[in-house]
Design a protein around this ligand. Structure first.
Ligand SMILES: [Zn+2]
Ligand SMILES: [Zn+2]
Length: 224
């Protein structure tokens, strides 16, 4: 039996603490730690500054997150100052586009998820976590994953794609078939009980919560 890695230990801890997609939670934690290190230690790193100038900073989510580290306002201020100067430089060079050229051109865009270095770091961490999970897959992992409500859509999609064989992919599909069908059933009941003919039937907490769970599956756990 291979030794559990640090990533697997983190995933075990995450699944014991929080419901919802453990890969999302793992990625968020990795991104948070990366951003913190970056603000405290790397604001003057030339390569990173170049990358941030290219992307005009972080995505909206991670830009807001820079404000969540009370001791890192100086680092955030140094970076935002550099990005704002770059934004001003681009605006000053910009001319009205001819109608035929009103297309998205490189360098004219706001930061996107593809450019943000923290998002890139999160995606790398998430992929490694999925590979670890698949590499050490057994009944205990399957049970633990089902207990927290499974993976979000995006990470399930990735996990199926990265599965080493069809058997592993079938197990993942079977777990999520059960979990998501149960949610669909709760949503069906919630919708049905809004019909005046069935209004006397009480709506359960699970049926009320099913909407929120469906949103988290489809969009990931980023907002939590
Ligand atoms: Zn996820
Ligand atoms: Zn980002």
């Amino acid at each position: 039996m291979p030794q559990p890695t640090a990533t697997l230990e983190d995933l075990t801890r995450i699944m014991a603490q929080s419901p919802g997609c453990p890969i999302c939670h793992y990625g968020r934690q990795a991104g948070h730690a990366f951003l913190e290190g970056l603000l405290y230690e790397s604001v003057n790193d030339f390569g990173l500054r170049q990358q941030l100038v290219q992307s005009l900073g972080f995505c909206a989510f991670h830009s807001q997150e820079t404000l969540s580290f009370p001791g890192a306002r100086l680092g955030a201020a140094i970076l935002e100052r550099a990005m704002l100067k770059e934004a001003l430089r681009r605006v000053q060079r910009q001319a009205p586009a001819r109608r035929s050229r009103l297309r998205r051109a490189h360098g004219d865009l706001s930061p996107t998820l593809d450019d943000c270095p923290v998002c890139q770091h999160e995606r790398g961490a998430e992929r490694r976590a999925i590979e670890e999970l698949l590499g050490h897959w057994d009944d205990d992992w399957a049970g633990a994953l089902e207990n927290v409500g499974g993976l979000c859509y995006n990470h399930l999609h990735q996990a199926i794609r990265l599965s080493p064989d069809k058997k592993r992919a079938s197990q993942l599909k079977a777990i999520h078939q059960r979990l998501w069908q149960a949610l669909i059933d709760h949503l069906d009941a919630f919708i049905r009980k809004h019909d005046y003919r069935f209004r006397h039937e009480p709506i359960s907490d699970e049926e009320t919560e099913a909407i929120r769970e469906a949103i988290l599956i489809l969009t990931g756990e980023r907002t939590s």
